[in-house]
Design a protein around this ligand. Structure first.
Ligand code: UTP
Length: 319
């Protein structure tokens, strides 16, 4: 998205203004190259975070925001993701026989969370391409996109404010975190202007442009795009008009740039809560440790062990 595009952003009344997103789309058909070889046969969305796979946290985030209709965009070798949200009658019967009602409830929970639908992206040709597969399911309504490898703390939700803002503006709503200058080169970075929109204490900005992975000296801000979007249905037509961009992929960012240029309002919410990014080994390990420390039944023992482990490590290091 360019600065020029933004200055033309006169806001036409949106045909979907006032309608709220009720469907979630989770693109999960990527190749997960940053996590190879672990993800050669196991989807990164199914890597365990203490006692649940990553994807369950993401579906829980969607349903907590009232999005009970969830479309998973899957691909080759990823069928197990869908199985996680299915019933397992044999396993359930065995747990019932043993009287292990706690585990039984945990096993049944994913199948009760949401109505899960799936569609297959034949080839992973980019995030925009993946989202285009949601068109038939979503129809002419706004919808939320949740990337399949990151989520936010359940006590500091982000989606409800995004959905509310999108319903008011009818446009695109993004989410940002503020990153350190040396980190901007890993993200899409936004140029922003103050916004007239008000939503309690929520920090809202008007987006005037986006640059992919800039050098620190070229970054227009330190606001980095994270994997939550609430989009109007006009995005589908914009994706059809989007040419392959970086890496030969159809990029969602490029489709959003088309809409921005044509006058669709684009806003961003600055998220100050805790975000977990499990898409690469380091973020995944940090997430496991944080969630293990907070865990109801394991947390206390794990924290004790971790304290001791870190103390021993420091002793080994000091002369
Ligand atoms: P990423 O950029 O994280 O790509 O995609 P990736 O393939 O998952 O992982 P790396 O970068 O190779 O390690 C962001 C999200 O978009 C989905 C991914 O599954 C992930 O949830 N995606 C990406 C698709 O569904 N299809 C695609 O063609 C590309």
């Amino acid at each position: 998205m360019s600065e020029d595009a933004a200055t033309q952003a006169t806001v036409p009344p949106s045909p979907t203004s006032g309608q709220r997103a009720v469907k979630a789309v989770i693109p999960a058909a990527g190749l997960a190259t940053r996590f190879l070889p672990a993800t050669k046969a196991v989807p990164k969305e199914l890597l365990p975070l203490v006692d649940r796979p990553v994807l369950q946290y993401i579906v829980e985030e969607a349903t907590q925001a009232g999005l009970k209709d969830v479309l998973l965009i899957t691909g080759r070798g990823k069928t197990a993701m869908v199985d996680h949200f299915d019933r397992q009658p044999y396993l359930e019967a065995r747990l019932r026989e043993k009287g292990d009602m706690e585990r039984l409830a945990a096993v049944q929970r994913p199948s009760e969370l949401a109505n899960i639908f799936t569609v297959r992206q034949g080839e992973p040709l980019g995030l925009g391409h993946a989202v285009s597969y949601a068109e038939t399911h979503v129809g002419g309504e706004p919808f939320a996109v949740l990337l399949g490898d990151e989520f936010v703390d359940k006590d500091e939700p982000l989606l409800p404010a995004m959905i509310e803002l999108q319903a008011r503006t009818g446009g695109i709503v993004l989410a940002f975190v503020e990153v350190q200058p040396e980190e901007v080169k890993r993200y899409g970075i936004a140029s922003v202007a103050p916004s007239d929109e008000k939503l309690g204490d929520t920090e809202i900005v008007r987006v005037t442009g986006l640059v992919e992975k800039p050098a620190p000296e070229d970054a227009p801000s330190r606001l980095a795009v994270i994997g939550r979007y609430v989009l109007p249905p006009s995005i589908f037509d914009a994706i059809k008009r989007t040419k392959p961009g970086s890496g030969g992929e159809i990029q969602l960012t490029d489709a959003m740039a088309i809409l921005l240029k044509e006058g669709t309002p684009v806003h961003g919410i600055v998220y100050r809560g805790t975000r977990y990014d499990t898409g690469a080994p380091l973020g995944y390990l940090q997430t496991v440790v944080q969630l293990a420390c907070q865990h109801d039944s394991l947390g206390e023992e794990f924290r004790g062990w971790l304290r001791q482990f870190v103390a021993e490590m420091s002793e080994v290091r000091s002369p």
